[in-house]
Every structure is written in C-alpha cells, then in structure tokens.
Design a protein around this ligand. Structure first.
Ligand SMILES: NC(=O)C1=CN([C@@H]2O[C@H](COP(=O)(O)OP(=O)(O)OC[C@H]3O[C@@H](n4cnc5c(N)ncnc54)[C@H](O)[C@@H]3O)[C@@H](O)[C@H]2O)C=CC1
Ligand SMILES: O=C([O-])CC(=O)C(=O)O
Length: 259
C-alpha cells in the first residue's frame, strides 16, 4: 500500500466528519490529520479519537487552531508531508442563499489554508470542496500559480453531482446503481450543473472527465457527444459559469499569499 498522508481541513464539520471517516477507512491512507478550529461545534480531538479506534491502519491525529491564526504559521506539523489535502472548511449557505454569496468569506478561509499548503506541502493535491467551488477553485489556482506552483494540483470536488445524477436515474429507471455512469460538467452551482444523461454507457466507469496522476490533473478529456438538449443547456449555462470563474479571478487579482 502507498501509505499516503491526508489532511481534512474542516474535518470536524458536516462534510468533514464523514469524509474523514472515509479517509480513515481507506487502506491507502497511513496517516490522517483532522484539522479544524478550536471554536468548532464538534472538537477535532473527539473526531480523531473516534476515528482512531476504527480497526484500520490509518493513524489519526487532531489539530485545532484559533480562528484568527495564520495556517502558514501554525499548521506546519499537520500539513508537512501531505499527499492530499481535502478542504471542506468554510461556511455553508443558509436557506434562500445561493452559493455565490459565500465567496468573500470562504475564499478568505481557503486562501489561509492554500497559502499554508504552498509553504508546507507544495507537492500535495489540494481538493477544494468549499463553496462556491466555481469561483474558489479559479481563485486559488491563480494564487497558487502566482506563487510559482503547478495549478494542476488544485482541483474542485463535485463528485456529489455525479452521485446524485446516478441515484436519480436509478430511482426512475430501476437500473442497478453500479451500472449507471453519468458524467456531470459545467461546475457546481445551480444552473451550471449539467448532467450528460446521453452519455450514460451503463459501463460502471468513473463519471469523471478528468484523469488524475501523480501530478494532480493529468488529462482533461473532451466533453464527447452532447444531445441537442445538452448543447442548448451548455450554451445557456456558459455565461453564468464564466461570471463565477471571473469572480474568482477577480478575487485573485486583489489578493496574494502573504510572504
Ligand atoms: N462541493 C460540494 O459538493 C459541497 C460543498 N459544500 C461546502 O462545504 C463547506 C462546508 O460545509 P459543511 O461541512 O456543511 O459546513 P460545517 O459548518 O458543518 O463545517 C465546516 C467546518 O469548517 C470549519 N472551519 C471554518 N473555518 C475554518 C478555518 N479557517 N480553518 C479550518 N476549519 C475551518 C468549521 O469549524 C466547521 O467544522 C461549505 O462551504 C459548503 O457549502 C457542502 C456540500 C457539498
Ligand atoms: O447546496 C449546498 O450549499 C451544498 C452543496 O454544494 C450541495 O449540497 O450541492
């Protein structure tokens, strides 16, 4: 087994806890860091203690930092040597709010963490779950590039959209869930989420249009054939997606990692 070191930042939160459990159960993971704030509703220490009792190989450790601390100053032990940093740290939206409203606060949280990754684990793949994914990912990629690092290491996580599309198709068609494979393109926000139902090949393949390798994203695959309806939806969503990417780039133009 490869024996990877993984950190889940926001690891005591709603997404972070089950994600940390999945990581602790993965035989590829030798070391798991559950990183959160000292003010977190559930203490990182408790999450790590419970996960550390799973009869799995991963060694689990907790890190909790003050909300005003700079990760680049305090998170050295936690991040050094990480192969993968998963980031569900951030504020979730409230009913009626859209994901874009979270940009300023969550980009600040992501920047604090990604800046520390640039210092302590610049070779790690950094997977951003924090919303709005469509803006936070381009923002962090730009800042990462400005700091001289390879932007193929920064990815957004939207697997949830594939999982949902596959479940809905299963519920409607009754086809076995394991046989359904629906790629989803367009990003992770309201109308920009475009499931390509026409490409369901019933072939239990990964729904992803991206191939990962040691360097992060190694191949971005073409979209393949789209049905007329999908082409129409893609044309309609592109301006919204572009605006969200531009909002991220605009954030990056006003900010940089602290020296
Ligand atoms: N990409 C996707 O598919 C999805 C993204 N999300 C996004 O993930 C984020 C987290 O959602 P939930 O887990 O439901 O929220 P939550 O509030 O339950 O958990 C967030 C955790 O992040 C921690 N945190 C906040 N600031 C931090 C910082 N500076 N450093 C370290 N930890 C920090 C909090 O203490 C908390 O434990 C939200 O932005 C949400 O919109 C949620 C679901 C799916
Ligand atoms: O809806 C949200 O705010 C959280 C999220 O991204 C999702 O569940 O798809």
């Amino acid at each position: 087994m490869p024996g990877y070191k993984v950190c889940v930042v926001g690891g005591a939160g709603g997404i972070g806890q089950p994600l940390s459990m999945l990581m602790a159960m993965d035989p590829n993971v030798a070391e798991l860091c559950v990183y959160d704030l000292t003010i977190a509703m559930i203490p990182a220490d408790g999450v790590a203690a419970d996960l550390g009792h799973l009869n799995k190989a991963a060694k689990v450790k907790a890190y909790a930092f003050d909300k005003d601390a700079r990760a680049a100053e305090v998170a050295g032990e936690c991040l050094t040597g990480c192969d993968l940093v998963l980031v569900p740290a951030g504020v979730p939206r409230k009913p009626g709010q859209d994901r874009a409203a979270l940009l300023n606060i969550n980009a600040g949280i992501a920047k604090n963490i990604v800046e520390a990754c640039a210092k302590f684990c610049p070779e790690a793949v950094i997977a951003l779950i924090v919303n709005p994914v469509n803006s936070v990912v381009p923002a962090m990629c730009e800042l990462w590039k400005k700091a001289g690092h390879d932007p193929c290491k920064i990815v957004g996580v939207t697997t949830l959209d594939c999982v949902r599309a596959e479940k809905f198709v299963h519920e409607i068609t009754g086809a076995p869930v394991g046989d359904i494979s629906i790629p989803v393109i367009g990003g992770h926000a309201g109308t920009t989420i475009l499931p390509l139902f026409s490409q369901d090949d019933r072939a239990a393949l990964s729904a992803s249009k991206v191939t990962f390798g040691k360097k992060g994203v190694e191949t971005v695959h073409p979209l393949g054939d789209l049905s007329p309806h999908e082409k129409e939806r893609l044309a309609a969503l592109t301006p919204a997606l572009k605006d969200e990417i531009d909002a991220g780039l605009e954030y990056a133009s006003r900010n940089e990692f602290a020296a």
